[in-house]
Design a binder for this molecule. Structure first.
Ligand code: PLP
Length: 363
């Protein structure tokens, strides 16, 4: 039986080998390793791609979240960050690192993204920011959340780690909130050959603060203008690789949506494939909802198919955070044990997709 891996990064690395090595050679020949011409070029290309004024390269997606939250924290006295509890724990880790506390809000049953009405109910004077995660690659309802938060001066931070390239009627994800944060972790739709991230945004004041915070709080060399600065930089090598891969994102997202549509067409009545019908979904993950995800994982595993769960444990149930507020999260908690992610990456072959479809149809 052929194995269908959940993901296989070596396929893109093999097919892009010559181009990536050529990029690496350019960096070596330039003599610049940090904050040089490749970094500057990528920041400009990425901002233009998203339709935002400015993009700032940082060391990872989690750093991007932390710096965005720190910037919001620097202008507001509160310390609470609203976020979903089903989005991998990145926002709550970043909130804590920024000296804040997460407060969990429930998600919508059809999209698994934040419920704008639940956000509105959870707002109070302690809230400084809302992190809206575009989970699985699907554009969440940022405009509704912005409408609630703008008047109160609460920052809306879009977590676009899974949604690069997704765009709806309001624009690209990352361009519709106050700040957008991205991860270039190798498995993301725009992946580096190591860690990387970015903060983008229209809010010039918040972006100016992030620009200081990513390098010690320096406004000029060795002069710290703000407190809470970090060392979080995207290096020249990663920026050069990302410049090569950025133009490939749209075609890759299209292919991912095609894969999800094929799963949706093949799955039997016991499996609900969350749809990725158009550009408002980046197709990052092919997630299905079933009564018993472990049973489906075994069925697929017996047929050689790799799966994963994004994510198995809600933030408020994590053993490392025993003091977390237990939110009122019926939808989030109701999905535990019922979600499963199927193979979904650009280099998946048609016969591998067929193998997954056959196994889904059989279940
Ligand atoms: C991957 C991911 C992150 C974290 O990015 P890193 O670069 O690994 O720090 C944050 N949020 C979401 C939704 C992610 O999927």
């Amino acid at each position: 039986m052929r194995r269908v891996p959940f993901n296989d990064l070596s396929r893109a690395l093999t097919s892009q080998r010559d181009a990536l090595l050529a990029k690496a050679a350019t960096v070596v020949d330039s003599g610049w390793l940090i904050h040089g011409p490749h970094h500057r070029a990528f920041e400009e290309e990425f901002a233009a791609y998203l339709g935002v004024e400015r993009a700032l390269g940082v060391a990872s997606g989690t750093d991007a979240l932390e710096l965005a939250i720190r910037a919001a924290h620097s202008r507001s006295p509160g310390n609470v960050v609203l976020c979903a509890a089903n989005a991998g724990g990145y926002a709550s880790a970043a909130a804590r690192a920024a000296g804040c506390l997460p407060r969990y809000v429930d998600v919508l049953p059809d999209t698994h993204c934040l419920d704008p009405r639940a956000v509105a109910r959870a707002l109070d004077d302690d809230v400084i920011a809302v992190v809206v995660t575009h989970l699985y690659g699907r554009a969440a309802q940022v405009a509704d959340i912005m409408a609630e938060c703008r008047a109160a001066g609460i920052a809306v931070i879009e977590d676009c780690a899974q949604s690069v390239g997704a765009r709806d009627a309001h624009g690209a994800t990352g361009s519709t909130g106050d700040l957008g944060v991205f991860s270039f972790y190798p498995t993301k739709n725009l992946g580096a050959l190591g860690d990387g991230g970015a903060v983008v945004g229209r809010d010039g004041e918040l972006m100016a603060t992030v620009a200081l915070l990513r390098q010690y709080g320096w406004e000029g060399k060795y002069r710290m203008a703000v407190t809470g600065g970090r060392n979080s930089r995207l290096d020249e090598l990663q920026a050069a690789f990302l410049s090569f891969r950025l133009p490939l994102v749209d075609a890759g997202n299209h292919r991912r949506r095609e894969i999800i549509a094929r799963y949706g067409g093949a799955a039997g009545p016991r499996i609900r494939v969350l749809p990725a019908p158009d550009e408002s979904h980046a197709g990052h993950l092919a997630v299905v909802v079933v009564d018993d995800a472990r049973d489906l994982a075994t069925h697929l595993g017996d047929r050689g198919i790799g799966t994963d769960v994004h994510y198995p444990i809600p933030d408020d149930m994590q053993p490392g955070h025993p003091g977390d507020p237990q939110g009122d999260l019926p939808v989030t908690h109701g999905l535990v044990g019922r979600i499963l992610s199927l193979p979904c990456f650009v280099e998946l072959t048609d016969s591998e997709i067929d193998q997954v479809c056959d196994a889904l149809a059989e279940y």
